[in-house]
Design a protein around this ligand. Structure first.
Ligand SMILES: Cc1ncc(COP(=O)(O)O)c(C=O)c1O
Length: 381
């Protein structure tokens, strides 16, 4: 077939109308360059490579067979116990194991969002959730006026938010649950960072305050164990759960049983709590070293709050320049960061940046921050 003929065939390919709203994920695009030798990456939420588990492969051959869409019963049981200990009404039969919590975002979006559906989000918020919600046609509205804007869904990251690192107070959590309940809005709480707490902070899930309302709560094993296994979980109120299971059936039948067996073995090992405590100590000292390096290099260029947990610093530059065009130049100088503008649902606030502090070693972080500071000085002079 000649290329001209092939071309004429392609012109007739028709996509669904939602594909007009499909945008590439800026973070996935940046991650594709971070393996380059010498690159310091503050861009993704990557765990430090040295914290990843050793794995010697003891799973039984059963895991090679098809399994249940809801997930392995033993793992659902463990997750249920954990969620119930946090006050979330999550019996094992309302827990589903996900192929990463990113998958939960897609399932929940499919369940609720049509073109123009009002979805309340924080501003800024997790950009890969915005990417999914946009694809399904969401119209982003303000969390503070749920009753007035008729939001069908409220997506929130109350504990060590991505990108800001903020942790909502007990009163703020109560207030959010109260607003969702009185407006009849479905709460969608995304909680992948809750175990990475370096300082005291109220962390009781908002979902535990939603008695009588509709809610989905989700968590992840990516930040405490291994993101490459793609393992997360959700629990939901009774009227939502069966529909989420049907969406999961339609999407991928079930999550990898090999990944589930590896995670089950890890989380039921007597050493699990010690592993998480070790991670918290490791990242807490990484955060402190990163903060000192930021004060040295960026102290006169930006301001920030010290995050009490999670993996990110959120910077507000003194000069309100758009940081998106700086990224290509930073990558040329072997530093990657996330332009903050990408995290806003509507109009972006300029002069913002998200820096991940968990992945780069102390020396690399120091070098990367010095480079970033040089770039900002060049731009703002
Ligand atoms: C807020 C938030 N939700 C979901 C995810 C996706 O995580 P997972 O690896 O479990 O898919 C991330 C990853 O960084 C995140 O920050």
């Amino acid at each position: 077939m000649t290329s001209a003929v092939r071309h004429s065939h392609r012109r007739h390919v028709m996509f669904s109308e939602r594909i007009d709203r499909l945008q590439p994920s800026p973070i996935r695009e940046i991650l594709s360059v971070i393996d380059r030798p010498g690159m310091v990456s503050f861009a993704g939420g990557l765990p430090a490579s040295e914290t990843l588990p050793d794995w010697s492969g003891t799973a039984s051959a059963d895991v090679l067979q098809y399994g249940p869409s809801e997930g392995e019963p033993a793992l659902r049981q463990v997750v249920s116990e954990r969620l119930r200990s946090l006050g979330v009404d999550a019996p094992p039969e309302r827990v589903m194991i996900l192929g990463g919590s990113q998958q939960g975002i897609d399932l929940v979006a499919k369940l609720f969002i049509d073109r123009g559906t009002p979805v309340a989000v924080e501003s800024p918020t997790y950009l890969a959730a915005l990417q999914v919600f946009r694809l399904y046609g969401a119209r982003f509205v303000d969390l503070d006026v749920l009753g007035e804007n008729l939001a069908r869904l409220a997506y929130v990251i109350p504990t060590f938010a991505n990108p800001t690192g903020a942790c909502a107070s007990d009163a703020e959590r109560d207030e959010l649950a109260r607003r969702c309940l009185s407006a009849g809005t479905v709460l969608f709480e995304d909680d992948p960072y809750r175990d990475l707490a370096y300082d005291d902070c109220d962390r009781r899930p908002v979902a535990s305050r939603m008695s009588g309302g509709s809610w989905v709560y989700q968590g992840s094993f990516s930040k405490t164990f291994a993101p490459g296994l793609r393992l997360g979980y959700l629990a939901a109120s009774a009227e939502l759960f069966p529909r989420l299971v049907m969406l999961k059936q339609a999407l991928d039948l079930h999550t990898s049983r090999l990944s589930q067996s590896i995670v089950l073995e890890a989380v039921t090992d007597p050493g699990w709590d010690a592993r998480v405590e070790g991670l918290v100590r490791f990242y807490s000292s990484r955060r402190d070293a990163f903060e000192s390096a930021m004060r040295r290099h960026l102290g006169d260029l930006a301001e920030w709050h010290t995050p009490r947990g999670g993996l990110f610093y959120w910077l507000r530059l003194n000069e309100h320049i758009d940081t998106r065009p700086l990224l290509a130049e930073a990558i040329r100088r072997n530093v990657a960061f996330m332009p903050g503008e990408e995290f806003f649902p509507n109009e972006p606030v300029l002069g913002t940046m998200r820096l991940n502090f968990s992945h780069a070693s102390g020396d690399d972080a120091d070098r990367g921050l010095a480079t970033l500071a040089g770039l900002l000085r060049d731009r703002t002079r």
